[in-house]
Design a protein around this ligand. Structure first.
Ligand code: NAP
Ligand code: 8YV
Length: 339
């Protein structure tokens, strides 16, 4: 063997021995490849092991110290209880409504997420959906591709610039949406759990009151029981036949049955939807409606943001398992630690 070959082989052996630790991680969902790759470079990762052979899972579960999840993943108390050595659930996503955080806290398990790094992308898509549905961009694309342009123009759209925007949930992403909308000369109003006087934007105490005052209603709250069906038939009626609903939050926040009815019956003008009640299943009734733009939960799906999310989710996992301060624990965990 040449000297280069010898050192190459030694380095390979060194790397192989260095990289995989004795720590076992459960990936509870098909987590993003960038996150998975980083985890696999350090830990023994068991993908969906809890859904596989029951005996193998029973043998493995007591060794699991970390759980890797996505924003839509389910991590119920019943699963947490099977992993007595568990230290951390690191979510690749800012939303963590599928994780039973109170059960985790009781068990001494920390939960982390990826706030901030995806706000720009989600806000961009919210604006994109607004423009798409109001200016009928998908239909216009088809109009050209299907050779219908020579036969006549498209029907007119609805102007977005200068329109009235209502934001349900004025957090990190809600504020990023508002900043973009300001550049479109839109007036901005919002609802949230608490008023934010420093924002300078008009506050309404309920989604229905807000909906009655705006042309576009953008939903960007967390999911979970606290916001379930916050957007219901009453809110849609208040939005009215000239109003548009944009949902980039969670499918659970909108009463989907009421929404389908509202779109079919002209209770509202249209909708732009990135999230659905039973993903990846989208009600077939929505497929045929021309006043709806549908995207497959892709608001944060850019190369740049997925990289940043993977880096942050992985850094949280490493910190948690090395007993270092967590970078971005969910607020409930932070509060529990400070109490
Ligand atoms: P955030 O900073 O925590 O903001 C959440 C906002 O929602 C806050 O203003 C909060 O009010 C408000 N809110 C909470 N419960 C409410 C209720 N019952 N009624 C009215 N408002 C309520 O979170 P974020 O970083 O902006 O993310 C928001 C959510 O977006 C995530 O949790 C996730 O579900 C969703 N998301 C979706 C995608 C996607 O791909 N479509 C991507 C990323 C995030 P207060 O300020 O008064 O507490
Ligand atoms: C991701 C999301 O698509 O951050 C969230 O809450 O819903 C999205 O950014 C998701 O987390 C990927 O699993």
């Amino acid at each position: 063997m040449s000297t280069v070959g010898f050192f190459g082989a030694v380095m390979l052996k060194f790397e192989q021995e260095q990289v995989v630790s004795e720590l076992d991680i459960l990936a509870v969902a098909k987590v993003h490849p960038l996150y998975l790759q980083a985890l696999k470079s350090v830990y023994r990762v068991h993908e969906l092991a809890h859904e596989g052979d029951a005996a193998a899972w029973a043998a493995l579960a007591p060794r699991i110290v970390g759980v890797a999840a996505g924003g839509e993943s389910s991590v119920p108390a019943s699963l947490l209880a099977q992993m007595p050595q568990l230290q951390l659930v690191s979510v690749f996503g800012v939303g963590y409504d599928g994780v039973d955080v109170q059960a985790a806290i009781k068990q001494g398990v920390a939960v982390t997420h990826t706030p901030g790094v995806l706000s720009d992308d989600v806000a961009d898509l919210a604006l994109g959906l607004m423009l798409s549905v109001a200016r009928t961009i998908p239909q216009a694309d088809q109009h050209v591709r299907q050779g219908r342009w020579p036969a006549g123009p498209m029907p007119l759209g609805r102007k977005v610039s200068g329109a009235r925007l209502g934001i349900v949930g004025l957090g990190r992403i809600g504020q990023a949406i508002a900043r973009r909308a300001a550049a479109f000369d839109m007036s901005i109003a919002y609802t949230a759990r608490s008023e934010k006087p420093a924002s300078g934007w008009q506050f309404y105490a309920s989604a229905a009151e807000l909906a009655a005052q705006v042309d576009f209603l953008v939903v960007i709250t967390p999911g979970g029981q606290g916001t379930r069906h916050l957007i219901n038939a009453e809110v849609l009626k208040a939005l009215g036949p000239k109003g548009y609903l944009i949902n980039v939050a969670r499918g659970s926040v909108v009463d989907e049955e009421a929404l389908v009815h509202a779109l079919q019956a002209g209770v509202i003008a249209g909708a732009g939807l990135d999230v659905f009640a039973d993903e990846p299943n989208v009600p077939e009734a929505l497929w045929s409606l021309t006043n709806v733009v549908l995207t497959p939960h892709m608001a944060s799906a850019t190369h740049q943001t997925r990289r940043a999310m993977a880096d942050l989710a992985f850094a949280n996992m490493q910190a948690g398992l090395a007993d270092q301060p967590l970078l971005t624990p969910v607020p409930e965990c932070l509060a529990a630690r400070q109490a």
